[in-house]
Design a binder for this molecule. Structure first.
Ligand code: MG
Ligand code: ZN
Length: 289
């Protein structure tokens, strides 16, 4: 569903300053990106920066679809599904989670279905590789799912510590047992659903880290699958690599752009079916100095 709200078009990226400025413009409700606590010290200086999407990249399904398995009858009523409006996915998921709480679905039931989502092929091997090269890779997760699902799943597989930063929608259980989901930010990118433009997050994160380090990363990598992973991949430069899941929307969109205007996509492209495909390329690049 998230991909269907994506208004695709190949517009040139907005100048980063303009994007960042607009992204900071407050929405009528306080945006609460609950990832970037400014109090934590900056991560150590590493050569590479790698971004990961979550749904259908790290895990092999979409967590927002999977959570419905905890609902009565493992499905949502049609009246609820009919409230979905294109471009307003976050609000829709807020209603889904409110419905589940009304139906008495417990935190344990939700956590349990999320923890059981299978990892995508080879992803745990990729995590293992990155764990062994922690002196080289700064690792960041960017997702339009939510903090509760992501942390529950990562903790279950023992991979939470791998990620220095997680940018996603804030979510936590309130005193009444309802998982409360919030919006991420507002932005002016015409390509992306209204709740999140991952390119804005990538550009801002990169600018901040390069300023803190006093030097750029040798290379930046992006591992994803969805239409909303295409926009951030446009921010990659000629030394960087996009890893789109083979024949998923991110891959299709990159291939279309490369066919039309190859100069508009300067990064290398390595489609993956298994995380091992990503490991193979990273190994090769990490051997260079
Ligand atoms: Mg995805
Ligand atoms: Zn965008």
């Amino acid at each position: 569903m998230k991909d269907s709200v994506f208004n695709c078009c190949f517009l040139p990226p907005l100048p980063p300053g303009e994007e960042a400025e607009r992204a900071r413009r407050p929405k009528n409700m306080a945006a609460a990106p609950n990832s970037s606590s400014s109090s934590s010290p900056p991560p150590p200086d590493r050569r590479f920066l790698i971004f990961f999407d979550f749904d259908e990249t790290i895990v092999d399904e979409s967590s927002d679809d999977v959570v419905v398995q905890a609902a009565p009858g493992q499905k949502l009523p049609n009246w609820l599904k009919d409230t979905y409006r294109p471009g307003h996915y976050n609000e829709y998921m807020q209603r889904v989670l409110a419905y589940m709480a009304e139906q008495g679905v417990s935190e344990g039931a939700i956590r349990s279905v999320i923890e059981k989502i299978p990892a995508s092929p080879g992803i745990l091997a990729l995590f293992q590789y990155l764990r062994g090269r922690s002196q080289d890779f700064e690792i960041v997760l960017l997702s339009d799912a939510n903090m509760y699902f992501i942390e529950a799943w990562l903790r279950k597989v023992g991979a939470r510590q791998l990620f220095g930063k997680i940018f996603t929608n804030p979510a936590s259980f309130d005193g009444k047992g309802q998982l409360r989901l919030g919006p991420y930010h507002s932005h002016a990118c015409p390509r992306c659903p209204e709740n999140m433009c991952k390119q804005v997050i990538v550009r801002e994160y990169l600018a901040r880290r390069v300023a803190e380090r006093g030097r750029p990363f040798q290379r930046v990598f992006y591992v994803g699958d969805g239409a909303n992973d295409f926009c951030p991949a446009l921010a990659l430069g000629p030394r960087d690599t996009a890893f789109p899941r083979r024949e998923y929307p991110m891959h299709t969109l990159i291939a279309e752009l490369q066919g039309l205007r190859p100069a508009d996509f300067p990064a290398a492209v390595v489609p993956w079916e298994s995380g091992e495909d990503v490991v193979a390329r990273l190994k090769r690049l990490a051997e260079e100095r």
